[in-house]
Design a protein around this ligand. Sequence first.
Ligand code: FAD
Length: 461
Amino acid sequence: MKSLVLFSNDLRLNDNEAINAAVKSYDLSTFVFVFDKSLYEDTHGSANLWWLEKSLKSLKDRLKDKNICLHIIKGEYVSKILDIVKKNDFQSVFLNQNKHPSFISKEKKLEKELSKISVKFYSFNNTNLSEPDSIFNKSGEPYKVYSPFYKHCKSVYNQKEVFDFPKKIIHTYEIDDDFIDVSEIFSKYGNNWSEKFNKYWKPGEIEAHKVLELFLRKSISNYKEDRDFLGTLGTSRLSPHLHFGEITSNQIISGFEFHADHNLNKHEEHFIKELYWREFAYYILFHFPYVTKKPFNKKYENFEWSKNYHSNLDKWKKGITGIRIVDAAMNELWETGYMHNRTRMITASFLTKNLLIPWQEGEKWFRDTLLDADIANNVMGWQWVSGCGTDAAPYFRIFNPILQEKKFDPDNIYTKKWLKNFDDYIEDGKEDLFNGNNLMKPIVDLGISRNQALERFSRIK
Ligand SMILES: Cc1cc2nc3c(=O)[nH]c(=O)nc-3n(C[C@H](O)[C@H](O)[C@H](O)COP(=O)(O)OP(=O)(O)OC[C@H]3O[C@@H](n4cnc5c(N)ncnc54)[C@H](O)[C@@H]3O)c2cc1C
């Protein structure tokens, strides 16, 4: 009896329900990653693909150490898997669900096609702590606000089993196909610009656990305060590891005694609450799938965005807006494939509420450049800041980048780190009275643009 185990964004051996279930019930298993080029290029930005390749290589090596081959095969997701199943006479297919809408539809189609040929299909939700379709408010509607959602989740929380990689020897069945090397995913095509990421990141399951361990040892004890300060290492930096499923929220939470009457301190609970923002993002995506393209709050579809914005958008992307904290953050993103949460909010607010550029443009740029780019979290973050999402920052809350810098980077540790030309900036972001110098000039007046945004928002209240 043979089973096929498929990977996508669950690039780990432990807490992997698909592997455990397959190995428990079948004598022989085959481990496969199907690289559907157009599916991955549609759903993953360039930085994502860098991570995917490295993480897959690490998974392949880890499996090799256990004498298991990870077959990487190129082809259209559904037809390739059907072809493998039929040629090799597999009786079942196991996978952990990928929650990206494009993968959801491929997995549904696969399930349907497999049932036509009487092949069993088992899929597991290891991405989320609970099933989005099991959580509703008292009126039976999906929650639309984070706090009651979190309260509900906390009140019913039950630690799920954390699976270890099976201890028994796994017998594998070798298939014959046109295997590809991981380099086909990204590095084969040049992409020398991404070399710099090696300085900052090491993808893979082992590293994910090291990162968690370091965070628990060094940073969680003051997380609630430090997480906002740009010059500290106050957050976990687990986001790309979580995105690619090298570690699960289930594994992370299992390290805490989390339940309705827990005894966790404010820092520990705050960290868990952030994991629940991720849960909430997936929950919203599940119940309101249109959010990937349109505002959650539909009345904002009529918001009057700026029309000729391409030059300003370009300056924002390149980090040459003349606003110190914004430019530092855009440089951090370009250099490391990551941006601090506080500056994600500041740069997003500047783009949507000072430059009046549609949030979808910013979401697209983050999608291409963030290593942790994640459809649920990214869309929710952008809609939250621009004022059109769930729990949205009220339209009148416009981040003032100058005040934000003063508060969260008071000693300019962050701005000096990410701006080579720090001294070329005017401190308060205002137009210098003595023009004719070489100082950077803000591309927009923060006060005037703020009022313009408020006026446009008030029209659709
Ligand atoms: C405009 C904007 C875009 C964003 N795009 C993404 C994205 O593409 N991918 C992404 O993972 N996060 C995104 N976020 C959320 C957040 O900025 C990052 O998750 C966080 O900065 C990652 O750093 P960390 O792992 O050190 O976080 P920590 O503070 O250590 O938090 C732990 C984990 O909780 C989750 N988390 C934390 N904050 C949030 C949040 N606000 N929303 C959802 N989940 C959260 C993440 O998985 C994170 O790894 C975005 C936020 C904004 C404002």
